[in-house]
Design a protein around this ligand. Structure first.
Ligand SMILES: [Zn+2]
Ligand SMILES: [Zn+2]
Length: 205
C-alpha cells in the first residue's frame, strides 16, 4: 500500500523504489520513501476542540481507507487562533487566503494540512466579495480548510474534508459527471452533502 502511494505521489522518480534495482536514483528514492509523506495534519482553529477532531477521526480513517489509494496517517494538532488579518468584521467571516498562506508556511515536507473551523470562512468567488464557503484547497499545494458553519448536518463534515483533500493532494478537479451523489460534485454554493455517498467512476480514476 505504502509503495503504491509513493508511486502515485512522486511519479516516475520513485518508480525505482518499487523495484530497487536502478543504481542512480535508488538512494534518493529510498530516502523519500522512508519520510513520513503520508501524514495528514488536522489543524483545528479557534473553538474547534481537539476532542471534536478525535470524534471526527474514525470517520476520516474509514472514508480515506475506503475511497483513496494510499497509506494515511492522521495527526491532530493543538487548536490555534485564526490569523488576525483573515477576519472580516462587517461580515463576521474569515478570509481563506491568509489562513491557507499560514498553513503553507507551516509545511515541513510531504504532509498535508487540513484546517478545521466552526467559523464562517469566505473568499471572492461567483462574482461576490467575501462569499461564504464550506471548504477550499490549493491544488497540489498540500493545504486546505473546511468549515462546518454552513453544514446543516455537522456530522457530515468528513465529506467536504475528503473533497478538499482530493483537490489538494491529487490536484483533482470537480466531478466531470456533475453527479450529485459523488463526493467531488461542485457544491456551487448549495451542496447537498447528505446524498453524497461515493466517488463516481470518473473521479475514482
Ligand atoms: Zn464524480
Ligand atoms: Zn471543490
Amino acid at each position: 500500500m505504502k509503495q503504491l502511494f509513493c508511486i502515485l505521489f512522486f511519479g516516475i522518480l520513485l518508480f525505482s523504489c518499487s523495484n530497487g534495482t536502478t543504481k542512480g536514483d535508488y538512494i534518493e528514492a529510498d530516502t523519500l520513501c522512508s519520510t513520513p509523506q503520508c501524514v495528514i495534519v488536522l489543524q483545528p482553529y479557534e473553538d474547534f476542540s481537539k476532542k471534536e477532531v478525535e470524534k471526527l477521526l474514525p470517520k476520516l480513517q474509514k472514508a480515506f481507507g475506503e475511497w483513496l489509494y494510499g497509506y494515511w496517517e492522521f495527526k491532530i494538532a493543538n487548536p490555534i487562533r485564526l490569523p488576525q488579518n483573515s477576519y472580516v468584521k462587517e461580515r463576521n467571516r474569515y478570509r481563506v487566503t491568509p489562513i491557507l498562506n499560514y498553513e503553507s508556511k507551516q509545511l515541513t515536507g510531504y504532509e498535508v494540512i487540513i484546517g478545521l473551523t466552526h467559523k464562517d470562512i469566505c473568499t471572492d468567488i461567483h462574482g461576490h466579495k467575501d462569499y461564504g464557503i464550506v471548504g477550499i484547497s490549493r491544488p497540489l499545494k498540500q493545504v486546505s480548510l473546511v468549515s462546518d458553519k454552513r453544514l446543516k448536518e455537522k456530522s457530515l463534515m468528513w465529506k467536504p474534508i475528503l473533497h478538499e483533500f482530493i483537490h489538494t493532494f491529487y490536484g483533482a478537479k470537480h466531478c466531470p459527471n456533475d453527479d450529485p451523489t459523488c463526493f467531488m460534485k461542485d457544491a456551487k454554493g448549495h451542496g447537498n452533502f447528505k446524498i453524497q455517498d461515493k466517488l463516481c467512476d470518473a473521479c475514482k480514476q
